[in-house]
Design a protein around this ligand. Structure first.
Ligand code: SF4
Ligand code: SF4
Length: 435
């Protein structure tokens, strides 16, 4: 039999409660091993024959627990995959803010300092088309962003018309606060087959209105609730099925609102809305929120609380696997455009002129080194810690901006792996991965 190698992405430990638990990081797989199987693996590592059942061997090979490739060869294959991904240049991902203006005044908004009433000039559409043509792409994945993008609906409509006329295949999504989501807007979304809608709600009425106040309506929550009802009804009657994600931004002051809003929407609309939480972190806040931030160190406790206190049973103690990078900022044909026609790599750079890499008005790159940094410097396989980390394939080194700023944060799973694997095992006892 050919030689097989135990992957450095495996994490194996003996749980006091459940025995041997194995996380196979190459494929994000999980196994519970018997003592005999553990011993057979130890024997093999010490040079004896591999003596494990054929079906187990097949699963171990399929999931990369054991492989004909060495760790060093896998690292090379990873880089090959990365290179192929960068060479796949028949599409372009564009996050476009038709305005940086917003009808909300959220306390934690990181764009506060760049807010102005300017709308994107319609003529910039042609510059975007020319930019895409130069790269020879015919497919555009556009995420409408802001400010509040629905304040710039005229630009969105113009852009759709012009790119259609120019022969582009355009796939779209939007990040909105949901306040201007009228039936007319939803009809338009249906018309352009907009696939993903992300709306932010920060909790129940009192919490949301306090944290995300509208400029003049004290009850933005009520208006958004009405809009969600309309969206749900429209979709049900018209066969339009976008993914609607409700993001709840939380810190220590509203962490108990997330389960409440999630349960409330579930009771009314079943699984139509996908409700999830996101931590507010210090770099996306204009004010010092270090006192109230929930960070990866206490994310574990938050997950436990959701599970035990609120019975949120879709709370996962298991990592999800990204593609070949953590974020689009690391991909060549991936840009963020602000209302003035400046292009950036990262969503959080938007509005910070010195971080812009290309100027659509002047049709020229002015900070190509920042682009190089995002694509090359953030490659985590060259970081010694990440390179040898069992979490690497799932984590990919985390947010590239954090990495450039030397603020890299490890995945919550990494530092809690034993507790999380035990919890995952408890929640999955019916599954057939036990040997
Ligand atoms: S680089 Fe980080 S902050 Fe910027 S868009 Fe990507 S994940 Fe978000
Ligand atoms: S950032 Fe941390 S968890 Fe992620 S791959 Fe690197 S060392 Fe592992």
């Amino acid at each position: 039999m050919e030689k097989l190698y135990w992957s450095k992405r495996n994490y194996l430990f003996k749980s006091e409660k459940y025995g041997w638990l194995l996380y196979a990081g190459l494929s994000n797989s999980f196994f519970k091993l018997s003592d005999e199987l553990k011993k057979a693996i130890d024997d093999y590592k010490q040079g004896k024959e591999l003596n494990i059942p054929q079906d187990v061997l097949a699963k171990f090979q399929k999931t990369g627990v054991l492989s004909k490739y060495t760790d060093e060869e896998f690292d090379r294959l990873y880089l090959l995959k990365w290179t192929k991904m960068q060479a796949q240049n028949d599409y372009m991902n564009l996050t476009i803010a038709p305005t940086m203006n917003c009808n909300f005044r959220c306390s934690y908004c990181f764009e506060k300092n760049f807010r102005n009433t300017k709308m994107m000039d319609l003529s910039l559409t042609q510059n975007i088309i020319d930019f895409a043509n130069k790269r020879k792409v015919k497919r555009l994945n556009v995420a409408w962003y802001g400010g509040e993008p629905l304040l710039g609906l005229d630009f969105i409509k113009h852009f759709n018309h012009e790119t259609y006329e120019a022969g582009f295949d355009v796939s779209q999504s939007i990040v909105t606060n949901g306040y201007l989501l009228t039936e007319e807007v939803v009809k338009y979304f249906d018309f352009i087959w907009l696939k993903n809608i992300q709306i932010t709600l920060d909790g129940n009425k009192e919490t949301h209105n306090r944290r995300r106040p509208h400029v003049d309506n004290p009850d933005s929550f009520g208006r958004i609730m009405d809009n969600l009802e309309m969206l749900y009804t429209y979709c049900n009657f018209n066969g339009y099925w976008p993914n609607v994600n409700i993001r709840v931004n939380i810190d220590k002051t509203n962490e108990d609102d997330y389960p409440k809003i999630k349960n409330m929407l579930y009771k009314k609309y079943g699984t139509f809305f996908n409700v999830y939480y996101a931590f507010i972190h210090d770099s996306n806040s204009c004010v010092d929120k270090s006192e109230v931030i929930i960070n990866t160190e206490n994310e574990k406790d938050y997950k436990e609380k959701l599970d035990k206190k609120y019975c949120i049973d879709d709370e996962t103690f298991y990592p999800t696997q990204f593609g070949n990078c953590f974020c689009g900022a690391q991909i060549l044909n991936n840009y963020v455009i602000d209302a003035e026609g400046l292009m950036y790599k990262c969503w959080e750079d938007i509005g910070i002129k010195e971080k812009a890499i290309y100027n659509l008005n002047e049709r020229q790159f002015n900070n190509v080194l920042r682009e190089a940094d995002f694509i090359i410097k953030t490659q985590a396989i060259f970081d010694e810690n990440c390179k040898n980390c069992f979490m690497f394939i799932s984590c990919q080194g985390g947010c590239p901006k954090h990495s450039l700023e030397n603020k890299k944060k490890c995945h919550v799973f990494k530092n809690n792996v034993q507790i999380f694997l035990e919890r995952h095992y408890e929640k999955s006892l019916h599954k057939d991965f036990i040997y």
